[in-house]
Design a protein around this ligand. Structure first.
Ligand SMILES: Nc1ncnc2c1ncn2[C@@H]1O[C@H](COP(=O)(O)OP(=O)(O)OP(=O)(O)O)[C@@H](O)[C@H]1O
Length: 319
């Protein structure tokens, strides 16, 4: 389980702080696939980095709590960590699949060396040849040929590199895998293969996968629950199928309404306008300026993310 409680996370000094995650509360359970969706710049990657406890490169936590509790799959022992201390669980209980496989893999090093060098000590028992064999078997179990281990990253396609990154993240049997836009810029066939691989891993390891994507189609295909982010806030959380069948927040409704339908000719019109700047966000509901239902209260008061039914928290004054 990992949870944010009123977490405020962002960039810059106090006087000019950009809260890319602004007073966000969300609990992510064991053994589920949770998606985080929303337009570019709404804070999805920052939220994922907060869940990773990655307070580097100018990111800092300014308020609230970030707490995690995991039970080790092998030993059955429970570990608890909070905030930046989550980094002590990297490559152990938590792994991260970053955006852009080429920028992560070292172009001058064969894949096997990169994987082996990056593994935590506890995985490095036995000889190097044995470890390589274990990795090869693991990859094979996920449909990847042993030959990828012999390759330099540029010799693999973008999709194959991404599958290698996902496999590396899973090899250490983590309780939580965080994936940031793992299928962006790949064609739909390759995308599908990677998504199926991620589901296969999650079902096998019975762990938690948190997936960030701006593509609602990706969430529809694999997530169990979905959180919709808008301008640093979470505006709706719920079971993915229920959100697609009956979106509640006006922003979610607009996102779903803009999706193309099978057999439909022509394009659907998207949402007009842009999200507000996070430098000086409006005091009321951040969606008010684009919302067809906005009233005075929306411009004056920020709505809380409140349970509207058993499993559907929504942040809207009129839900
Ligand atoms: N290193 C940084 N320093 C300052 N501001 C940043 C930094 N990284 C991101 N931001 C700002 O934080 C906000 C949220 O960015 P974030 O990357 O989390 O959004 P996102 O929803 O993941 O966007 P995208 O889909 O484009 O990756 C944006 O306004 C962005 O400009």
């Amino acid at each position: 389980m990992i949870a944010l409680e009123n977490a405020v996370v962002g960039y810059g000094p106090d006087k000019a702080f950009i809260a890319a995650v602004d007073d966000v509360t969300i609990t992510i359970g064991d053994n589920e696939i949770v998606g985080i969706a929303g337009e570019s710049g709404c804070g999805k990657s920052t939220l994922l980095r907060a869940l990773y406890g990655d307070f580097t490169h100018g990111l800092r936590q300014r308020g609230g709590e970030i707490n995690a509790r995991f039970t080790d799959a092998g030993t059955g022992t429970t570990v608890e960590k909070r905030g930046a201390n989550l980094s002590e669980l990297w490559w152990d209980q938590i792994s991260y699949v970053p955006q852009g496989s080429m920028s992560v893999l070292n172009p001058l090093m064969k894949v096997d060396k990169q994987i082996i060098d990056g593994l935590p000590k506890r995985e490095k028992h036995g000889s190097r040849a044995d470890l390589r064999k274990r990795i090869a078997n693991f990859l094979k179990g996920l449909g990847l040929e042993e030959s990828v281990l012999e390759a330099y990253p540029h010799q693999l396609s973008g999709g194959m590199r991404q599958r290698v990154l996902v496999a590396i993240a899973a090899f250490v049997n983590p309780r939580l895998i965080l994936a940031d836009e793992p299928t962006t810029a790949l064609d739909v066939v390759v995308q599908k293969r990677i998504l199926l691989m991620m589901v296969e891993i999650q079902r096998r390891l019975k762990n938690t996968l948190v997936l960030v994507s701006h593509d609602l189609g990706v969430h529809y295909q694999i997530t169990d629950r979905l959180a919709i982010a808008y301008a640093g806030k979470i505006v709706e959380i719920g079971p993915t199928q229920k959100i697609f069948a009956a979106p509640s927040h006006p922003y979610t409704q607009a996102l779903i309404a803009a999706l193309p339908r099978v057999g439909e000719k022509g394009q659907r019109s998207g949402l007009e306008g842009r999200p507000p700047s996070l430098v000086k966000p409006p005091q009321g509901c951040r969606f008010a300026a684009r919302c067809p239902e906005a009233q005075d209260i929306c411009r004056a008061q920020s709505p809380e993310l409140k349970m509207r039914s058993a499993d559907r928290p929504v942040a809207c004054h009129f839900r």
